[in-house]
Design a protein around this ligand. Sequence first.
Ligand code: BDR
Ligand code: CA
Length: 311
Amino acid sequence: SKRIIIDTDPGQDDALAILLALSVPEQLEVAAVTTVAGNVGVAQTTVNALRICQLASRPDIPVYAGAAQPIMRPLHTAEFICGADGLAGMALPAPEQAAREVHAVTFLAEHLRASSRRVTICALGPLTNIALALRIAPEIAGKIERLVIMGGARDLGNMTAAAEFNFFVDPHAAAIVFGAGIPITLFPLSATYQAVASPARLTGFDTDGPVQAQILSMLRRERPGGAALGGGEGHPMHDPCTVAWLLWPELFEGRDCHIDIETAEGPTVGRSTIDWWDRSGQPANAHVIGTLDADAMFARIANCVKSLDNP
Ligand code: BDR
Ligand code: CA
């Protein structure tokens, strides 16, 4: 099995990504969940990560709370999409476990430094924790097998016309991470907007188990007024694409590209300039996903998460 760490700001689509990862213990060993400020503040993303592990009957998964603020910019959150507690549409009890005492950045640095195996990181929120860990312990770059990142936009952004949310929130962190020489697979919005949870794609989930019932209730929740970004037929499931790629790479196509992150303040701050046509001749620093088979992906996710209801 592959050992992974999930760095996340749950968030409904983060929640589904975590549940998917926890549903396939033979393929993915989740060593830890680290949390970051993003969709909501870090105290709430941490509570949410704990609630999701509890929903999956995995209260043993260690959760580490991370950065409360981006490296340079003031925090922007997304309650307008994900609700005041970040998990609108789900109704989860308060967690029985607490987060570990150690800060997520310290954990990442120490765990990776000491690890004899290389670890894959699924990065589902602003890249603050990962960038800070690379700054305090640059040698951990060699311990990261791959970063599978949801972030950026090849075309239009969802936070501004230029920028996707995760990279808009902490563009400096994104710039550090893309400059670190670590193998990266990137899921920009142009890919994840193909993963809309349309009614036809929900038929594989049953309401007969508590986990699937929560997932369905989250996926069927009403879309916030006017937020027709990337679909309309359902909510785009950005973050689960990263875990799905680890499990079923044959459902995805992409190409190796050079990417630059805009850190200068102004209308394009947070933009990811993805050189899809290789106009610059600069060496690729990521494998960028272009297309995916969303019907197959949702069918397989539904199939996997059933095991959380029938342990
Ligand atoms: C990203 O922003 C967050 O709101 C989602 O969880 C996803 O990680 C999409 O832009
Ligand atoms: Ca997220």
